[in-house]
Design a protein around this ligand. Sequence first.
Ligand code: PPS
Length: 570
Amino acid sequence: MGAFKEPHGGKLIDLYLFEREAEQEKARLADYPSWDLTPRQICDLELLLCGAFSPLEGFMGRDDYERVVEEMRLSSGILWPIPITLDVSRDFAETIEAGQRIALRDPEGVPLAVLEVSDRFTPDRRREALSVYGTESPHHPGVRYLLETAGPVCLGGRLLGLEPPVHYDFKHLRDTPQELRGRFRKLGWRRVVAFQTRNPMHRAHYELTFRAAREVEANLLLHPVVGMTKPGDVDHFTRVRCYEKILRHYPEQTTLLSLLPLAMRMAGPREALLHGIVRRNYGCTHLIVGRDHAGPGNDANGDPFYGPYDAQELFAAHQEELGISMVPFRNVVYVQDRAQYVPEDEVRPGETALSLSGTEFRRRLAEGLEIPDWFSFPEIIEELQRTYPPRYRQGFTVFFTGLSGSGKSTIANALMVKLMEIGTRPVTLLDGDLVRKHLSSELGFSREHRDLNILRIGYVASEITKHRGIAICAPIAPYAETRRRVREMIEPLGGFVEVHVATPLEICERRDRKGLYAKARAGVIKNFTGISDPYEAPENPEVRIDTTQLTPDLAAHRILVKLEAMGFIR
Ligand code: PPS
């Protein structure tokens, strides 16, 4: 196997302009239209500019796009598995002509590159989804992005790089392909096997990378993706802290860690090829390809989108052309009898093989249960426990909803006092009236204004939850869709408990503590919830309370019991 083969016999692409040219180009930027790059586009741009996507010299035009989608080849015939395109809005595209230059800027407005537009085209996203991802299902995160997020028109052309995207984190672990090749050369590493990952590494990963490197007599590059991975993955800050810790377990001078700002598409087999091309460009000679490489999870029926070894098969078929070899790996399992990890097909009859699924691992973290040493190194478990504390240390939101006068505020106050008595976390009450005074004083009671009000409350509660405090919200929140959006905002950050205070309208109206129902009946107050405005009762709240049968004290107690059952207090 020849080391440091140049891609396709050519040089590594470097699209950055020399300093003087870049200055000249920057002086002309005021005359160019500007496009603000999305996070995904910034990742793609960074890899294009530094040559990680060699031989690409810019965003793909129609000819490359079409042939990549249909045949996995650029128009020149070179193997390329996934379109790398600049998608924009129709409005923006209509202002752009072929031959024009546009400035590509980061979210702060910093110009990163200039695109010499040579092509403007409207891709057929469904066809792209079917060919590249093998499915049109929106359950596939790559397809969902394509169909729901990506702009409808693409601009293709050559890139002139002005400066690389700024990264403030883990600077010491970021290398361009040039830099990494240089490091390998300096260290005398002639054979390098890359390990691609988007997850924290546990002992099984450690074992298999170690074995892979030994098998092919190569040094090891841990090359985790820190651009965009699958929604819901462990954040890259936590993962990189874990990688730094696992690195110390490899024999000295054998292994390097470098971060890859790639935006993953979760395209399974085709993505494995892209990973191969990128690693080849970074100077690696081998890539470990495992079971369900770059797999997107399951479809609506719970079936996987790709076969477990589809990626290995496709890679094997194109290995020569890719210029990088695959090290296929079999799953390793822990054999208790031998206190050792072994490939699963080497487990002898009668031996006990142990493994812990990702789901089971997350359950144990959430419940603060023990995680065995054979599964992961203690420093890594500790790191993950810090990011994912057990439920009783996570923040949560109790979100009351119900008619005016239903008793939301009274119960919310009682609950707040009880939680303060327990005292494990700070508590903030976002009561309807209070919020309308401080956060939403300019809003009225139209649907639009009510939604804005609830989304503001949701945003504040999500921040409180993220910081591991308790938010108690008590607005009317009459619309189910808006409540769903609030839940979606908060659930990934901690607990969300919806409490429907279901006191019937007649009772609320009979109580009429603020005299508002009388005014609403008289038509003095317009759009009054329950009288002249809708209230959509929640279908599946965590708790439903009717205050005609329950005192505020007992109602608050019921919510506490629910929180206990869910593991948020103990
Ligand atoms: S919403 O729909 O969630 O944004 O409403 P919210 O912020 O909770 O505000 C409800 C309180 O405002 C008073 N009020 C009205 N309620 C409903 N409809 C109309 N038109 C209206 N006008 C004023 C009322 O006192 C509500 O307080 P609560 O505590 O719910 O009784």
